[in-house]
Design a protein around this ligand. Structure first.
Ligand code: ADP
Length: 413
């Protein structure tokens, strides 16, 4: 090289900021720029003719030799390392990370390799710091996530506890509400009873009083007919009052669950006769009860008193809600399991709008309000029959008449 060209080469060689090291095929250093000297801690010219290995930590020497040979075979310009971390050794023995790009070239028939070397220890250090910071951050995130999930789990538990507390509270509230409702109903029942007693008992009682007063006045023997009439009036009113009292007693017993049904086997005809005998006293002029006479073979194993009460209530209603000169028909039928008792009248009937409420306690249809009554009877029959495994239903047309049907199980347990 001419000295002028050599100067230009040297200027270029020194101008690049990377370290430049040129080695020959024997891996001896031919030339380095001052960046290399500074990077590896050598004086100028100190590295020339030294083996390349002086720049490489001794632990990598063997490996590096093999790599160099491989590279010389292909002689391609490429980045050194290929994914491996590269290290350089300073004169004082310090080892530092570096990056190197390899450029083979030929001059005067000889092959050289020029390596461009960058000290990356600062970058590595920064990377490490960033990694450390990242790790710290990740750890913190993990810790926070863990804390959060613990809090969430705790919240879930608290939530569950609150839920069950709430559930218990609602249950307790409902219990109290039920108890209050029962008490209210009982109070209403008592109030109703008192007002009914004062209303319903007043008329028959004053009737009884009048009749007894008159009875005392008819002292002559020929006035026996008049005495009988008043005695009949008194008997009727007493019966009526007795029925109301029985109804109330039934309500009370049904309400408090104090009913004791007594089951035994009896002939239905006996009950029917008894009920009709009593009902006959209540008949209006020209009213007639038709009932089957051939029912001697029909027996029931039931609570006789309840069956009697139910039938007598139905029959009394039929009489009460029918005008004079009408017939009332009782129809009885029995199959293997049940007995059907029908009471049919040709009376005032039940208005369609009132039919859905007819079994409600105290309910009275709007066309029945001028007739005396308490609105208890049907409600009692329904409750009793339900207890005894039976049902009650009806068909009715206002102004035409009604038919009530009881279905009673033949053998109660
Ligand atoms: P009460 O007859 O004392 O009012 P019930 O419970 O026996 O009470 O009957 C309830 C209501 O059903 C009666 O007020 C009446 O409106 C209606 N009712 C019952 N039976 C008959 C019937 N045979 N014909 C017409 N309406 C009836």
């Amino acid at each position: 090289m001419l000295s002028k060209e050599k100067d230009i080469f040297n200027v270029l060689f020194e101008a690049v900021s990377e370290g430049v090291v040129v080695v020959n095929e024997q891996q001896n250093i031919v030339s380095v720029n001052s960046s290399i000297d500074k990077m590896f801690g050598y004086n100028p010219e100190e590295l020339v003719n030294k083996p390349l290995n002086v720049l490489i930590p001794s632990t990598y020497h063997a490996g590096h030799g093999a790599h160099f040979k491989g590279f010389m075979k292909n002689k391609e310009k490429r980045q050194m390392g290929n994914g491996r971390e590269l290290y350089g050794a300073r004169k004082n023995g310090d080892v530092f990370p570096l990056e190197a790009g390899l450029n083979p070239f030929k001059i005067y028939g000889e092959t050289f390799v020029m390596a461009l070397v960058v000290d990356i220890s600062v970058r590595k250090q920064q990377e490490e710091e960033i990694n450390k910071l990242n790790e710290g951050l990740e750890k913190k995130v993990q810790e926070r996530t863990k804390e959060l999930s613990t809090t969430v789990n705790e919240l879930k538990v608290v939530n569950l506890e609150l839920d069950s507390e709430n559930h218990k509270r609602i249950q307790a509230e409902n219990k109290i509400k039920d108890a209050l409702k029962k008490e209210k109903e009982l109070n209403e029942l008592k109030t109703k009873f008192l007002s009914l007693v004062s209303h319903e008992f007043k008329t028959p009682l004053s009737g009884i009083l009048t009749s007894t007063m008159l009875l005392g006045k008819y002292k002559l023997a020929e006035q026996q007919e008049k005495r009988d009439k008043h005695l009949e009036i008194i008997t009727n009113k007493v019966h009526y009052l007795n029925n109301i009292l029985n109804d109330f007693l039934s309500v009370e017993k049904l309400e408090t669950g104090k009913i004791n049904y007594k089951f035994h086997t009896f002939k239905l005809s006996k009950v029917v006769d008894e009920v009709i005998y009593n009902a006959n006293m209540l008949l209006k002029g020209g009213q007639k009860i038709n009932y089957p006479e051939n029912i001697d073979d029909i027996s029931l194993t039931q609570d006789e008193k309840t069956v009697e009460l139910a039938l007598s209530n139905l029959l009394n209603n039929a009489i009460k809600y029918s005008p004079e000169n009408t017939d009332i028909n009782i129809h009885i039928q029995q199959d293997k399991t049940h007995t059907f008792i029908k009471v049919k009248d040709n009376g005032i009937g039940i208005p369609k709008a009132d039919q859905k409420n007819i079994f409600n306690r105290y309910f009275r249809a709007e066309n029945a309000l001028l007739t005396e009554g308490t609105g208890i009877g049907l409600n009692i029959i329904k409750s009793h029959l339900k207890n005894l495994g039976g049902t009650i239903s009806f068909k009715s047309k206002e102004g035409v008449g009604s038919t009530f049907t009881m279905k009673i199980i033949n053998k109660a347990k």
